[in-house]
Write a protein that binds this ligand. Structure first.
Ligand SMILES: CC(C)(COP(=O)(O)OP(=O)(O)OC[C@H]1O[C@@H](n2cnc3c(N)ncnc32)[C@H](O)[C@@H]1OP(=O)(O)O)[C@@H](O)C(=O)NCCC(=O)NCCS
Length: 142
């Protein structure tokens, strides 16, 4: 397995992988081709894919807002789960985010997503039960 930065030519494969993985994404909002292209331009080292024999089997988008590093849209192909691919992607993005100056790295996980919680606990992330996420958005598609 090889981890390398993705570019906009990988966009369709990424969407297909998110679909296979059952990951909710926003094709008209922050996951549109234009939005992803913009994110890649800003952070070419933080849009990562895991490949097995040229096949995309894992994906993750990192971001750094100047205060915290974020792990977003992590997904591993159902056929390749339980082999440490997500764990490895997290290690690689942590390095890239620390290089940017991130000293806190975080992620948002929906309350039903126990698999993801297990994964991040295994990677030594701490769950904060006292924090409730609030957002203001232009529409549900963003
Ligand atoms: C969550 C997900 C990314 C895990 O990918 P993965 O490559 O199978 O995870 P790994 O093999 O790297 O697992 C690493 C650790 O996470 C934990 N873990 C991962 N999947 C788990 C599961 N289904 N049940 C329990 N623990 C799990 C395990 O502790 C594992 O460590 P171990 O094998 O040493 O016990 C994958 O299941 C997925 O794509 N899910 C759908 C999309 C999603 O929910 N993304 C996260 C959004 S926040």
């Amino acid at each position: 397995m090889e981890v390398k930065p993705l570019n906009i030519d990988d966009y369709n494969e990424v969407i297909q992988l998110w679909k296979r993985a059952g990951l909710d994404h926003r094709p008209k909002g922050r996951d549109s081709k234009a939005a992803i292209s913009q994110q890649i331009k800003m952070n070419p080292d933080l849009f990562l894919g895991a490949f097995e024999n040229e096949k995309l089997i894992g994906v993750m988008i990192g971001s750094f807002d100047g205060r915290k590093g974020w792990i977003n849209r992590l997904a591993v192909d159902p056929m390749y789960r339980g082999q440490g691919i997500a764990k490895h992607l997290i290690e690689v993005i942590e390095l890239a985010l620390r290089k940017r100056g991130a000293r806190i790295i975080c992620t948002l996980i929906e309350d039903w997503n126990k698999d993801s919680m297990h994964l991040f606990e295994k990677c030594r992330y701490i769950k904060h039960d006292s924090i409730i996420y609030f957002s203001k958005r232009e529409s549900d598609e963003i």
